[in-house]
Design a protein around this ligand. Sequence first.
Ligand SMILES: [Zn+2]
Length: 412
Amino acid sequence: MTRCRLCGSAALESVVDLGATPPCESFLAADELDRPEPTYPLHLRVCTDCWLAQIPPLITPEETFTQYAYFSSYSTSWVEHARTFVDDSVRRLGLGADSFVVEVASNDGYLLKHVVERGIRCLGVEPSVNVGAAAREAGVPTLTAFLGPESGAAVRAEHGPADLVVANNVYAHIPDVVGFTRGLRALVADDGWVSVEVQHLLTLIEQNQYDTIYHEHFQYYTVAAAIRALASGGLALVDVELLPTHGGSIRLWARPAEAAGGPPTARVADVLDREKAAGLQELSGYTRFSDRVAKVRRDLLGFLVTAAERGETVVGYGAPGKGNTLLNHCGIRPDLLPYTVDRNPYKHGRFTPGTRVPVLPPERIAADRPDYVLVLPWNLRAELVEQLSYVHEWGGRLVFPIPELSIVEVKR
Ligand SMILES: [Zn+2]
């Protein structure tokens, strides 16, 4: 990688190097275990001209999304988050029977189904064939496509301009930031709104969330970098909300530059101030991160090795993509973690990429009564402490690796 994909600068500096790992959603079937498994370097760098943090786009979205294993509807709190977002947007923008909503990367329709329920016309644009099919079966109109300037213009020509374009949890996943942003501009009405939710680099760094760095996340945004990214497609940031999702996300409210009018809200200025105070407009704010990542690895490995030597059992909960960054970076294989479990039946009987830890149904935990359950989707901590409260019945404990290793007594 020699050039920043947003501004073209050659001033890219190392933030953290996580070694070479397979794509984090490439779970292996049993008959794939004896085949070679491609790995790619996972090295985060930051552009010191526009401050977009980025990894080289070594795997294409086409490779990632052909048969994507992530179905949003399997997460209870995620579906609830989507419902609240739709309620708030309808109120905020005054959407009604004449409105048109487009969601880009609409997954299995987990969000647009709430729009359909309100009788508002909508369309999902989803690149993954299998999850798009699930959305159509659930009654959510869905086009199988990647968003770019051409596909955006084609949707506008066929369906008309959108009053609201939603792009949640996709802005990190597209290597062509500029083309994607132009696609958003093509979809949205000249007086419409674009709402983009993406992980916030400020919390990623402050909370040691390095496992959310993976091949499918090509770039990592501060609000300062997001303003530049949106502008590359003719969109202007108007407002920002800080959200707890994914351990800390930003919801960007943008409009076509000519419709924005005036400077952004005070909330935007506040977040920009916080980012600056955290040192994210100078290189030192980024380079300190790599020492803290090394400590997360030492602490987790120390815990697992000690448990193994004491004859205590540790199993995993969850098989999220981020778990695979963690397992691969730490070198955790079935000798330290004999299996993990997940609610998504697509993953049952498969193995984590690289580390080859079996993924089993959640019922297995109650059957085996392990001493510790290592929770990989730490971003769902509140939900999972509740869901896994049954672990207390045999005196088991939950372990969270991030932001720092913590062992939680489950409340009776
Ligand atoms: Zn740049």
